[in-house]
Design a protein around this ligand. Structure first.
Ligand code: NAD
Length: 319
């Protein structure tokens, strides 16, 4: 059997593809490389088990045809959907970005699965679906009122998947990720700070006043959590927050950690306001009780995940 990884050329997708190859599976990656990179997949092995096709998943007819052609020869047992816009400010500036890359990708994949009788879907959702809340974010919290188009289109995707479970999917997983860190880093606060410091080693400009505080999970642990849930959770629709059980790390601490590693003499210059950009949720407290009850918790705290990722990303940018 084969697995389809949509968005498999991205930061998280690359590691997931390698995992399935390590398990001896055949893997189909559909990606349009708008943010992912072909070279992430070029070094994976064995290459003969990997098929990489250039596909804009928002183009429904094209997606249906590519999935059908591959599925006819290598039956696909599950789809892991990681394709999305990963640039929240870009989606605030132009709502069509998240409509296309975050929602229509889901729509096309669901239609392809219905058409070709593929029954299992794992979906990379996000803490952004919750919007801004004072209380702890449990999976059953509502109403959900996201404050970014990214969060809105992730929530719309979850809703479409829920409806598909009622009609044609046998099982689906909604994984609500916190901030994920590690390599190969292409976006996010750490790589942003490292690149800024390499360009101007004497100072680091931070978006917002540095008090934003969020939970962080290392990509290796995210993978372990998703695979654990996919193995153990037995409902038809399984929705889980994934993350560490702590209050997270402030942007100030991340800036200080990156400076200490990359440019200790740099002066940190904070911006105004409690958020980095429109649509940024400045702080949230995630409940991971449901995942703990299923039997999984991360080994690294948010602070440990940040420390490890800063080191990895600084080395990546040096290479
Ligand atoms: N990294 C995080 O901190 C984080 C947090 C919460 C949720 N997520 C979700 O996890 C998933 C993976 O995130 P990532 O950090 O690896 O992002 P990424 O940008 O590295 O990967 C997304 C991939 O999707 C591809 N893609 C985007 N639009 C596409 C389209 N229309 N057609 C085909 N391919 C398309 C991109 O080229 C890229 O390879 C995404 O769905 C993201 O929303 C990530």
């Amino acid at each position: 059997m084969s697995t389809l990884v949509a968005g498999g050329a991205g930061f998280i997708g690359k590691s997931l593809v390698q995992h399935f190859l390590d398990q001896g599976e055949k893997v189909l990656v559909l990606d349009n490389f708008c943010r992912g990179k072909r070279e992430f997949l070029a070094s994976l092995a064995p290459q003969k088990a990997l098929t990489v096709l250039d596909c804009d998943l928002a183009q429904t007819e094209h997606t249906l045809r590519l999935v059908g052609d591959y599925h006819g020869k290598n039956p696909i047992s599950a789809v892991w959907h990681l394709a999305a816009n990963s640039d929240i400010p870009a989606g605030i500036a132009d709502a069509s970005v998240d409509l296309r890359d975050t929602f229509l990708t889901t729509y096309s994949l669901l239609l392809a699965m219905k058409t070709h009788g593929i029954k299992r879907l794992a979906f990379a959702s996000s803490s952004a679906i919750y919007g801004e809340h004072q209380q702890t974010l449990h999976e059953n919290l509502g109403p959900l009122l996201p404050i970014s188009n990214y969060g809105a289109m992730k929530l719309a995707s979850e809703a479409a998947i829920s409806a598909a479970v009622e009609s044609h999917l046998e099982r689906a997983y909604l994984f609500r990720f916190p901030n994920v860190v590690g390599i190969p880093a292409t976006h996010g606060v750490i790589v942003d700070f490292v690149r800024k410091l390499k360009a101007t080693p004497q100072s680091l400009a931070v978006l917002g006043n540095g008090t934003q505080q969020k939970a962080y999970l290392h990509v290796s642990e995210l993978l372990a959590a998703m695979l654990f849930i996919a193995d153990k959770a037995a409902d038809r629709l399984n929705c889980y927050n994934i993350g560490p059980a702590d209050d997270g790390v402030s942007v100030r601490t991340i800036a200080e950690t990156v400076c200490a590693r990359v440019s200790p003499q740099a002066q940190i210059v904070f911006g105004q306001g409690d958020r980095g950009w429109v649509g940024d949720v400045p702080r949230f407290r995630y409940s991971v009780d449901k995942l703990a009850a299923l039997g999984w918790q991360p080994k690294l705290s948010s602070a440990q995940a940040i420390a490890r990722a800063v080191d990895e990303i600084a080395s990546q940018e040096d290479a």
